[in-house]
Each structure stands twice: as structure tokens, then as C-alpha cells.
Write a protein that binds this ligand. Structure first.
Ligand SMILES: [Cu+2]
Length: 158
């Protein structure tokens, strides 16, 4: 009897390993690539800003971006701009779909990533980290360049 129980436990453990193996095979961690990621500096006194980038899906299956996080903020959201009754409104989105072979561009006036409660001032030229999780295409860490709202004049350079 003890032997039977032991055999069942071994079988259960093997089954668990097989399931984990299959799950990791389904992950496509290299499916997405990110380009031109940047985060805007904030006007003095503000704690909200937005980031932009392009997301390309080189795989042959759809990928869905499902969550965001950053050490700069405790609340980072996907947003979309929409025209509602002639007014531009921002709406949070739970996820963003990047279909197979396509690129989604986050840009001003369209999809963007919203950072709330940013405690520290952002210095142009420095870098910020953004982590993105997907449904079945792995997790990504994207480096964002911090850029000023107004492009600095290059007169004093050299
Ligand atoms: Cu927004």
C-alpha cells in the first residue's frame, strides 16, 4: 500500500514538471522589441507625466501587454486618447494588443504610458526603467530616455 502511494506521488510530481515544461515552451520571450522609448520631464510642481515608445511583435502570434511597473511610480497605466463630443479625453486601458507582425506606436495624442505620483523631479538626459508584462510573450524591461518638454537649444554646446 505504501508503495502505491509513493508511486502516485512520484507520478504527480512528474506530471507537474511536464506541465511546467509545456508552459515555458509556450512563452515567446523574444517576440517583442521596443524602440525610441522616452519619458517626458514634468513642469515644476507636477507629479504626472507620460512615456512613449514603439512596440513591435516579430512573432507569428498576438501578444497582449497586460501590466506596467516602474521604480519611479506606484501607478503606471496604459492610456488612450479619444475624441468624445469634440473633446480630447484620456482613458485608461487594461491591456494593449500587439498583433502578430505589427507595430503599435505610443505617441502624443494616441496610446501612451501614464506615470502618476512621481516623487522625484525627472532630469533630461537620465534614464528610467519601465517593466512590461505580457500574456504569453514574456516580460520585458525597457529603458526610457528622459526628455525635456521643450527641446534645449544647442547653442552652448561646444
Ligand atoms: Cu494619459
Amino acid at each position: 500500500m505504501r508503495l502505491v502511494v509513493f508511486a502516485l506521488i512520484v507520478a504527480a510530481i512528474q506530471l507537474t514538471f511536464i506541465e511546467i515544461g509545456q508552459a515555458s515552451e509556450q512563452l515567446r520571450p523574444k517576440a517583442l522589441s521596443f524602440g525610441d522609448g522616452y519619458l517626458r520631464t514634468m513642469p515644476p510642481g507636477q507629479k504626472v507625466t507620460a512615456a512613449f515608445m514603439s512596440v513591435t511583435n516579430r512573432s507569428d502570434e498576438d501578444c497582449r501587454l497586460v501590466s506596467l511597473s516602474s521604480p519611479l511610480s506606484d501607478r503606471v497605466e496604459f492610456h488612450q486618447h479619444q475624441h468624445v463630443d469634440g473633446m480630447m479625453q484620456m482613458r485608461p486601458m487594461k491591456s494593449v494588443l500587439v498583433t502578430a507582425g505589427n507595430t503599435v506606436i505610443f505617441k502624443p495624442g494616441a496610446f501612451h504610458v501614464m506615470f502618476f505620483n512621481v516623487g522625484d523631479p525627472l532630469m533630461a538626459g537620465q534614464k528610467a526603467q519601465l517593466k512590461l508584462r505580457t500574456d504569453q510573450c514574456g516580460d520585458y524591461s525597457v529603458e526610457l530616455e528622459i526628455r525635456g518638454l521643450v527641446k534645449p537649444k544647442t547653442m552652448d554646446h561646444h
